[in-house]
Design a binder for this molecule. Structure first.
Ligand code: SF4
Length: 286
């Protein structure tokens, strides 16, 4: 039985950067907090919390119900946050360390600029996703958030409008929405802001899944990127299983199998993939 790790797996550059910032702060023994989970990966969050990182929720910040000293330096997550929230944190006494991914930061700045110039902002994405909330926060939460083509029917297009996307949206979805919008409102300016690091993983994971007997996709159950990758891998290989931790693994999945492939999403650190590999090898050798 062979157990291999997908060579294309590992966190995207934005997540790596934010995690590196946290590690650097911890090395200097600084009190570090994050607003909400810094990435959509509970196993990694638990590890960071054990090392002393404080995860604050938005409600406790809004109600001033927190201890600034315990998390004096606040790391802004890779997905970014809204402008007013940033100000709120500074006013509350936090020193901000900006872990916003440069790709997301650029989209935030574009939205801010177009909105200031009187453009209606249209965002393809999940309204509950932190990145989308952060993007919407650059235009006073006035953006229209589109989750599907059906949502377009409810929009009244302004004379000037900008269409952009959450970075992790599936390319086909964005194209379908863009096509329908341009048929109705050809004047809309379109900026394809899908992250290419995420997008190129789609083809990679499709091929990886096809080459092994069983796929273990390691990633947070609340991660939209993991969900997209799971659906793609599952289409390619029906024996694909989405796990968060080793306890989720059922030994029966490996019956009659010669090669097990382990892969992860943009928010799965490599140490987690290696940990799962060691565990799977111990289970399948016994
Ligand atoms: S997925 Fe892309 S845009 Fe999002 S944090 Fe990672 S590198 Fe940045």
């Amino acid at each position: 039985m062979k157990v291999i790790i997908d060579t294309h797996a590992g966190p995207c550059s934005g997540v790596k950067r934010a995690l590196r910032m946290i590690e650097d702060e911890l090395k200097q023994n600084n009190n570090v907090a994050t607003l909400g989970p810094v990435i959509h990966n509970q196993v990694e969050i638990d590890r960071l919390n054990e090392l002393g990182v404080v995860t604050l929720d938005q409600e406790s910040v809004s109600q001033n119900n927190f201890n600034v000293e315990r998390g004096k330096r606040m790391i802004i997550r890779a997905h970014g946050i809204a402008k007013n929230l940033r100000n709120q944190l500074v006013n509350a006494g936090f020193e901000l360390i900006d872990g916003t991914c440069p790709t997301v930061l650029k989209i935030q700045k574009d939205i801010e600029r177009y909105y200031r110039d009187g453009y209606q902002i249209l965002i393809v994405g999940n309204p509950n996703h932190p990145e989308v909330k952060g993007l919407n926060g650059q235009c006073d939460n006035q953006a229209a958030i589109l989750q599907s083509e059906d949502d377009i029917d409810h929009i009244r297009f302004s004379d000037k409008a900008l269409l952009i996307s959450q970075t992790t949206v599936a390319f086909n979805k964005f194209l379908a929405i863009q096509k329908k919008i341009l048929q109705i409102a050809p004047h809309v300016i379109v900026k394809d802001t899908i992250c290419r690091q995420v997008n190129s993983r789609h083809e990679n994971i499709r091929n990886f899944a096809a080459d092994v007997d069983v796929v273990l996709l390691v990633g947070g159950k609340n991660s939209s990127n993991t969900r997209v990758l799971f659906e793609i891998a599952k289409q390619s290989n029906p024996h694909t299983f989405w796990i968060e931790r080793q306890e989720d693994i059922d030994g029966g999945w490996f019956a009659g199998c010669h090669c097990i492939g382990i892969t992860g999403s943009a928010s799965t650190p490599v140490w987690q993939l290696e940990h799962i590999k060691t565990y799977v090898e111990s289970v399948t050798l016994n």
